[in-house]
Write a protein that binds this ligand. Structure first.
Ligand code: V0V
Ligand code: CO
Length: 152
């Protein structure tokens, strides 16, 4: 163990696991009949090129919750469409929650990880999100998310 303190990224929960699928309705049906998870929120995010559903799994001790985020591409040049072409259906990204996404991104960036978004983008349900480069995160596309109304 190093004595050097880690970056003050201020991450407070696993917010969601993003799962790429070809057919959102079929994927929702799988998670409902197999595990009993229900859709809490569904929307189209044209900027990200996804139709997506958030399925709540559990609450977290920061007052938030952990979700599965099911992602169906809306256009062939989108990140999720490219991922499906290359890998097929499966886990696309993980997302950590924070009360301040800009500060968290700054801390993670200072630790040497490429932050893909200079300014937070609009994520699900009015959240603010940034992505970190998967090549700097051990092959895991990683998102930081500040829920709507959650900033300190
Ligand atoms: C690509 N790569 C991945 C990956 N996508 N590795 C792990 N997980 C993924 N999901 C690898 C890929 O295999 C290549 O590796 C390399 O990165 C470059 O990939 P590329 O697709 O050829 O190139 P890029 O640079 O055009 O695209 C990759 C990135 C892009 C990650 C930069 O997909 C991106 O900006 N993603 C962030 C936006 C996003 O994913 N939006 C959808 C979710 P090799 O072949 O070079 O070894 S939206 C969402 O979550 C929302 C709205 C929300 O939560 O609210
Ligand atoms: Co996400």
């Amino acid at each position: 163990m190093s004595d050097v303190p880690g970056p003050a990224a201020g991450l407070t929960r696993l917010d969601h696991v993003g799962i790429a699928c070809r057919d959102l309705d079929a994927s929702i049906a799988f998670y409902r009949r197999t595990y009993g998870f229900e859709v809490e929120h569904e929307e189209v995010n044209e900027e990200q090129g996804v139709r997506e559903a958030m399925l709540r799994v559990n609450g977290t001790d920061d007052g938030g919750a952990t979700y599965l985020q099911l992602l169906e591409p809306t256009r062939p040049d989108s990140p999720v469409a490219k991922f499906l072409d290359r890998n097929g259906e499966g886990v696309h990204h993980i997302a950590f929650g924070t009360h301040g996404v800009a500060d968290s991104a700054g801390a993670v960036g200072a630790a040497g990880v490429r932050v893909l978004d200079a300014e937070p983008r609009r994520g699900t349900h009015g959240s603010r999100i940034v992505f970190l480069h998967p090549k700097d995160c051990g092959g895991v596309l990683t998102e930081l998310v500040e829920s709507c109304g959650q900033a300190d």
